[in-house]
Design a protein around this ligand. Structure first.
Ligand code: MG
Length: 447
């Protein structure tokens, strides 16, 4: 088990994520990628500058050359790693966490995040101090690279048929949440002919406008403003812009599983092939995939697993229920800009409001609950749970234990960061969901 790496890199407050830690871990990463060119980017968090210079020092000392891309969204870094044929990338961000947090997201040469399992190799170098120490005349060199945003935007321009949006000139509200989306979204949506109003567009690492995670509670202002201004669409990103959620023209929050189902429908109309998702994502995705001639593939929960499998299968699309969608024809990381533009393009092309497009998606109800559980008991609980329910339905234990029934399912997973077991259920009616949750929570409670 990795000690520091979570599903995608390392996150922490500054008491654990110190400049010294960032330097040593980056030096271990530089050793892991065996030199070459590494891209470095950061979000606007207040500790970003401090950590960036530590990361750069660690990389240069291990003999890597560094291109400093400045403040950029995470998908820009992941896109640029492949475009510039780099050996890897480091993004200094804590995604949607509170402002006192920061983190290091490491990516490999494909722009795919280093997962917890892959991180173990880097941690070994970190722990035993075996990072490469380059000779004085073999140290890496650093340059600034200011074209990242523009090159990523060019790729976004190429994947959309602008004429549909230009023709409709929709009114859109963009809630950038003081995150990195403000660097790309307002400019691009205006360029595509949208009538744009931006909320929280200024970069600010203290996130004064709203909490960085685009949950329904955190985007209330956007939901109200969409109705007040009579907008066609509201869009909100998280801090590093890989995740995006939507508000329809009625001011309703569209959950990530619904927008991912719509995105899957869009992608499969363009090309048939594999759709990759996690074992904790709605069956709506599998339904859309089978209806549109795609095949569904499941992976463990976490961005790097989605990216890796999407690459292996040359997938059409990959994603999860929290609003993170990968469009592999552009790059292998979750990209909230492509998702937003593709959905807007579809609305304009068919001249239909978002609420009507979403209403076409398979309807499922879901709910979640949790049970407290000390870290050292999680695996035992999962094992016992699996034993207990093995005759209830089809069992999948790729990540936690999922039990599939005819048109409903329940999954029990250990939280990666908290002392909790999470239980999630989905069915065709709310009554059935509540029933499933009650039944399986009771089983977990008794284990
Ligand atoms: Mg994020």
């Amino acid at each position: 088990m990795a000690k520091y790496f979570g599903t995608y890199g390392i996150r922490g407050r500054l008491d654990s994520l110190t400049p010294e830690f960032a330097l040593r871990m980056s030096s271990a990463f530089g050793t892991y990628v065996k030199g070459g060119k590494v891209l470095v980017g950061r979000d606007a968090r207040l500790s970003g500058t401090m950590l960036k210079y530590s990361v750069i020092a660690g990389l240069l000392g291990s003999g890597c050359d560094v291109l400093d891309l400045g403040i950029i969204p995470l998908p820009t870094l992941e896109f640029e790693v492949r475009k510039l044929s780099a050996a890897g990338g480091v993004m200094i961000t804590a995604s949607h966490n509170p402002p006192e947090w920061n983190g290091l997201k490491f990516a490999d040469k494909d722009g795919i995040g280093i997962s917890s399992e892959e991180g173990e190799a880097i941690e070994r170098v970190f722990e035993n101090g075996s990072s490469k120490k380059a000779e004085w005349n073999r140290l890496g060199r650093m340059e600034h690279y200011m074209l990242g945003l523009e090159e990523h935007m060019d790729a976004l321009r190429r994947c959309i048929e602008r004429r549909h949006i230009l023709k409709e000139s929709p009114r859109v509200l963009l809630d950038c949440g003081n995150g990195t989306a403000g660097l790309i979204a307002p400019k691009l949506f205006k360029e595509f002919g949208c009538n744009v109003t931006t909320l929280n567009g200024q970069l600010d690492g203290s996130f004064p406008g709203r909490d960085s995670e685009p949950t329904p509670q955190n985007v209330q202002e956007l939901m109200k403003a969409v109705v007040a201004l009579g907008a066609d669409l509201g869009v909100a990103w998280d801090g590093d812009s890989d995740r995006v959620i939507f508000v329809d023209e009625k001011g309703s929050y569209i959950f990530g599983d619904k927008s991912f189902a719509l995105a899957t429908d869009i992608a499969l109309r363009e090309r048939k092939g594999a759709v990759v998702t996690t074992v904790a994502t709605s069956n709506a995705i599998a339904d859309v995939a089978s209806e549109r001639g795609g095949t569904i593939e499941y992976v463990k929960v976490g961005g790097p697993y989605l990216s890796r499998r999407a690459k292996e299968l040359n997938a059409v699309i990959a994603g999860e229920e929290a609003g993170g969608v990968i469009w592999p024809s552009v790059h292998l990381g979750k990209d909230g800009f492509i998702t937003a533009l593709k959905i807007l393009e579809r609305m304009c092309k068919e001249e239909r409001p978002l609420s009507s497009l979403i209403a076409d998606m398979p309807a499922y109800y879901n709910s979640k609950t949790k049970v407290e559980c000390p870290a050292d008991r999680k695996q035992t609980i999962l094992k016992r749970f699996k034993e207990k329910v093995k005759r209830d339905g089809r069992i999948n234990s790729m990540d936690g234990v999922r039990v599939d029934f005819d048109d409903s399912w329940v999954i029990v997973r250990a939280s990666g960061t908290e002392n909790l077991m999470r239980i999630f259920a989905e069915a065709k009616s709310q009554r059935k969901v509540d029933e499933l949750l009650r039944k399986y929570k009771r089983i977990v409670d008794k284990l």
